[in-house]
Write a protein of this length. Structure first.
Length: 484
């Protein structure tokens, strides 16, 4: 027995899997052949989709016996250690999820004369991503105690990063005037499937290796976590768990709690300074939908339909906590996150746009500078070299931009509504949201005070400033583009 447990791979079990999964493998071969014959430049994407689909389907099919009382007793009675069965199952699923499509991709590239170092890098990255995805899928699937729950829990954890991204963006757009979207988008590193898709897009379409480097680290960490879960949920598993309710902490309890929190987090982000009555009148049906989903999830968990005081109280407490979080965020102006961006001029690009100015002085200044009645002009300011010591003119420009940013940020969090003629944009990694109080709509810019003649004179003194004037046929507007 000790000698068997030291084995990490069973060739006999691999042959058994090869024979028992023959139908799936034949189907895979036919799909690969059809793609190879019928699709040209889209072949790589099609093979990626096939890799990911098999990493789910084949993995679940191989380990499905764990969720059957009769089958698990039979399998665990085989003269093969659990370690060997686990590692052999993972290897089998990985080999036939990745290798056939990878070989077909190589052949397709070679025929087209497009095989190069980028193709090798792409296939190497996908080799790691698919392997981790197989481990991740097996680990999450085995957290549950029956096949239906395993599929539901795996689907929930697979989609979790997407819903985290949505909820995070809703919060940032509603409460943070200037935010770095990349911070929220980092949740993609929680999913090997998303990393595989994104890595494919970056390598094939953009030749960007930055994301791939970060993904490799995340994939290795996910592999280690999956290995720990597999040991706990497979090697140390009690066979009597099969076909029972999935009561494990990271099965339904965690899934229901996380998705409930994300739902309340997202919907409560729309709460502003209005009365609770008005707020619930606007979002009543969304709360009803979340409550129905909560009851359905509880039904899947316990396999019985119930609506009792405990569930109602749980939902009400969750809604209250969500609104409390929103109230604190509103009171603290988005936890003061926006103000951290002020004064940060590294690799920034600001655009100040003014529409239909009513200032006679401004109109005269435009006419004097452009020699026409144009209401459209731009100011480009190159600040890539920063501010040198003693450069007071350049510092004046920076001070002006800081003042405009601060005023625009205060306007975002205040109740004041301007006339909609002046806006401040930025593209230094921050997306700035403009708040419309009437319709609670958010955009990637925010309202700012209109520039004055004195402001323009400050910009005009900067030797790096260049003014450009253009005619606007349909809409008269003024905009200054600030680069530094």
């Amino acid at each position: 027995m000790n000698r068997k447990e030291k084995k990490m791979f069973s060739l006999d079990y691999f042959k058994y899997l090869l024979k028992s999964k023959k139908g799936i493998l034949i189907f895979e071969g036919l799909v690969i052949l059809l793609v190879f014959i019928g699709i040209g430049h889209a072949a790589a994407g099609s093979y990626l989709a096939l890799m990911l689909a098999l990493a789910y389907f084949l993995t679940l099919n191989i380990f499905n016996y764990v969720h059957s009382k009769k089958a698990v007793d039979t399998y665990f009675a085989l003269p093969v250690s659990r370690k060997a069965m686990l590692s052999t199952g993972i290897i089998f699923s990985y080999v036939f999820s990745y290798l056939p499509s990878a070989i077909a991709t190589l052949c397709k590239l070679a025929i087209r004369g497009e095989f190069n170092s980028d193709a090798v890098l792409y296939l190497g990255f996908m080799a790691l991503a698919v392997f981790v995805l197989v481990m991740f899928n097996a680990a999450v699937y085995l957290i549950a105690n029956n096949a239906v729950d395993g599929i539901v829990v795996l689907g929930a954890y697979t989609l979790l990063p997407l819903f985290m991204l949505i909820a995070g963006n809703i919060f940032l757009e509603c409460f943070v005037c200037a935010y770095d979207g990349a911070v929220v988008e980092n949740v993609i590193y929680l999913s090997p499937a998303y990393m595989a898709i994104n890595g494919f897009m970056e390598l094939v379409s953009a030749n960007d290796y930055g994301f791939v480097k970060g993904s490799v680290v995340a994939l290795v960490l996910l592999a280690l976590l999956s290995a720990y879960v597999l040991k706990k949920e497979y090697i140390d598993r009690k066979v009597e768990r099969a076909e029972t309710t999935s009561k494990g902490l990271f099965a339904y309890p965690a899934v229901i709690a996380i998705y409930m929190a994300l739902g309340m987090f997202g919907i409560s982000s729309n709460y502003s300074n209005e009365s609770l009555i008005d707020y619930y009148a606007d979002y009543f049906w969304l709360y009803i939908i979340i409550f129905v989903m909560f009851i359905m999830a509880n039904y899947l968990y316990k396999r019985k339909f119930e609506i009792n005081l405990k569930l109602i109280a749980t939902f009400i407490i969750a809604a209250a906590l969500g609104l409390g979080f929103a109230a604190v965020a509103r009171k603290t102006n988005g936890f003061y996150i926006s103000y951290g961006y002020l004064g940060n001029h590294e690799k920034a690009h600001y655009t100040i746009r003014i529409y239909n100015t009513e200032s006679d002085e401004m109109k005269e200044w435009i006419k004097e500078k452009s020699g026409s009645d144009s209401y459209c002009y731009s100011v480009e300011i190159d600040m890539t070299n920063g501010v040198k010591s003693g450069d007071s003119l350049r510092q004046e420009t920076l001070d002006l931009i800081d003042e405009l940013q601060l005023e625009a940020t205060n306007i975002f969090y205040g109740d004041e509504i301007l006339d909609g003629t002046s806006y401040l944009y930025t593209s230094n990694g921050c997306r700035l949201g403009k708040k419309y109080v009437e319709c609670k709509e958010n955009h990637n810019y925010y309202e700012a005070p209109e520039l004055t003649i004195e402001d323009l004179k400050i910009l005009e003194k900067d030797k790096n400033v260049k003014f450009h004037f253009d005619m606007a046929d349909d809409e008269k507007y003024i905009y200054e583009e600030v680069y530094y």
